[in-house]
Design a binder for this molecule. Sequence first.
Ligand code: FAD
Length: 505
Amino acid sequence: MIACLGRIVHDSDDDVSTVFKSLNLQGTVENGDFSGIASKDFGGLNSVKPLYLIKPSGAEDIARVVKAAARTPHLTVAARGNGHSINGQAMSDGGYVVDMRSTAENHFKLVTVNGSPCIDVSGGALWEDVLTRCVSRYGLAPRSWTDYLSLTVGGTLSNAGVSGQAFRYGPQTSNVTELEVVTGKGEIAVCSETQNPELFFGALGGLGQFGIITRARVKLQQAPDMVRWIRVVYSEFEEFTRDAEFLVSQKEGESFDYVEGFVFCNNDDPANGWPSVQLNPDQEFNPSHLPQTAGSVLYCLEVAYHYRNSDDPSTVDTAVSRLLGRLRFVERLISTVDVSYVEFLLRVKRAEEHAKANGVWDIPHPWLNLFVSKSDIVDFDRTVFKKMLKDGIGGPILIYPLLRSKWDSRTSVALPEGEIFYIVGLLRFVPKGPSVDKKVAENREIVNWCTKEGWDFKLYLPHYRSKEDWKRHFGNQWTRFAKRKASFDPKAILAPGQRIFKRGT
Ligand code: FAD
């Protein structure tokens, strides 16, 4: 189908309209405006008006759009996955936004790589669809996830993609073997560890700077049927971190299959306090079990154990009890539930439905995500959790350890030094109004504090406004990052919302 070119009319930019007419797109084009999806993201903090919203049919359309932008002196192209960025990273001010969701169905093929199963999926596919299809059709599933799955494959691979499985399998960027990418030169390239590796590793964690991922080959494993999902509570940070680090350092088969954690308040606040720990309404949180020494914040270790329907229940009980027996959580402060594997992975979708029903899902989200080295995490707890955020943040405060050795240093992601580092996520939900700016300022204060103290940390899902800050973020990887940019997107057409490079001619 030829694009709805009749709709491409823009008062001030007839020449661009002419360029498009020559493109012969298979997809569609819409005028950009402030009310459409291209001007919005989950953060709800920024809005800019694109020139056009493109709904491409596939890589060829995207390549044509990039080439058309390249022929102008100023236009940029932003791939929009599912728009779940916080700071306008998927937007393009006065440029083209490419809605990757329109390509979601382009690929879904099971392939075997070196004897192991993989799935070829579109960069615009949602992980939740990849999950349900892989499980229902093949009994297989990707190994590494994000907590929330209404995110696109290309969107998370451009960052890292982290959840409670990453300690074992690495982030999602460590679990793909091949990509198809449209570069900033408008070239369609297939890349892997051995074929065009600079583009492959550059695009992984590359913040969309080097190419638009149109297809990814994702490693699969056999999907379990069920998950025992457990939360245990700690009053002492050092005990929480010791147990979390112990679990993530064990060999496969000798630990849980998922390890995460969060900070919560020692009070009965429904969003930030004791009720936020309960997995099972029959297992009420009884604060009288807490030791006298407990302070105003507490810690919850969240773990999960996979099993199959055919497993003997007593074998599962024994394995779980043995692992729990190694931990030093507050006795009796434990909550457990058994759910299907798919239900477990879609757990945040349930929370989303709930929040949408209560009108709190679509409010602003001034989130802050950091990777903080193990060497500084106790100081971080002392200052940030125990003082700055002691009353909670109106949303989850995630914290769990990851292992650097599971990340490939050839990808573009910047990490702290040292083998063990923590992901810290301040997932704020803030009603529209002046408090949004206050929370943004509080985030800045936390980052400034970390910098001032000389802590070993990096922003995850980074957001900076100046090139100097980006250089500092990448540190000794900056030269490589800039070189990759010069090779694959020399005019800086792609992902302008990241504000790393300025469009050149
Ligand atoms: P978008 O926000 O649309 O795009 C993000 C960036 O990637 C933009 O710069 C965009 O231009 C670029 N981009 C998009 N698609 C492509 C593509 N195909 N090729 C190249 N570049 C592209 N992250 C985690 O790691 N773990 C989590 O558990 C987690 N949970 C989350 C929960 C929620 C509720 C939300 C809102 C976010 C969460 N995130 C998590 C963060 C999430 O991974 C990132 O925000 C991700 O970028 C969102 O994907 P998206 O498809 O919405 O991308």
